[in-house]
Ligand binder design. Structure first.
Ligand SMILES: Cc1cc2nc3c(=O)[nH]c(=O)nc-3n(C[C@H](O)[C@H](O)[C@H](O)COP(=O)(O)O)c2cc1C
Length: 197
């Protein structure tokens, strides 16, 4: 049994909901399971440390979760057109995995949530792919055979699933956004299985 690591940061819950839907898609593939993990917030106060266990939701990831995974779905809210600092901070601690080539050849994909429609979903998704390419991962998007890509009036891109959460972060995922999350999880897990991961 292999697992797809669904690794994300979420402050208001939108990216977390996308992670759960991607996880359900993963679990439709035989002999693949989803392992949901998050990362702690970072603080400007250097002495501040988080408890090692979050107050709610999945546990915090460690680099072993990444080393052992069959594939990776990486999710972040858009922050000024880029991934959120807590996720970047976690990735910046993965040099030992890069040095040993531990992630080379593993499939990976990215997802994001924004408050505004043109607030940088594609920019965030593309920039989130960069560290994954440095790690030698095989980056997947979504094909247009997922026809929700043609119909969506909210999120959903060929670079990965996205969600338009609105300025109050209270818009639920649309049916198209949900299906695209699910499709990505399934595609990632099926690819990992086909690669013999
Ligand atoms: C510091 C900061 C920067 C943000 N930058 C953007 C942005 O560039 N474009 C955008 O549409 N939304 C931006 N947002 C809004 C978040 O992307 C949006 O609320 C997202 O849905 C939150 O996801 P979450 O519920 O998983 O935390 C920003 C929010 C914060 C706190």
């Amino acid at each position: 049994m292999g697992y797809i690591l669904v690794l994300y940061y979420s402050r208001f819950g939108a990216t977390a909901e996308m992670a759960r839907l991607i996880g359900r898609g993963v679990e439709e593939v035989p002999r693949m399971e989803a392992r949901l993990r998050t990362v702690p917030a970072v603080s400007a106060v250097c002495e501040a440390t988080e408890d090692s266990i979050p107050p709610a939701g999945p546990p915090y990831a460690d680099t072993e979760d990444l080393r052992q995974c069959a594939g990776l779905a990486l999710g972040s809210p858009t922050r000024f057109g880029n991934m959120a600092a807590p996720l970047k901070y976690f990735l910046d601690g993965t040099s030992p995995l890069w040095l040993s080539g531990a992630l080379v050849g593993k499939p990976a994909a990215v997802f994001t949530s924004t408050s505004s429609l043109h607030g940088g979903q594609e920019a965030t998704l593309l920039s989130m792919m960069l560290p994954l390419l440095h790690h030698g991962m095989l980056v997947l998007g979504l094909p247009y055979t997922e026809t929700d890509l043609l119909r969506t009036a909210a999120g959903g891109t060929p670079y990965g699933p996205s969600h338009l959460a609105g300025t109050e972060s209270d818009r639920p995922l649309s049916d198209e956004e949900k299906r695209l999350c699910h499709a990505l999880g399934k595609r990632l897990a099926a690819t990992a299985a086909a690669l013999g991961r």
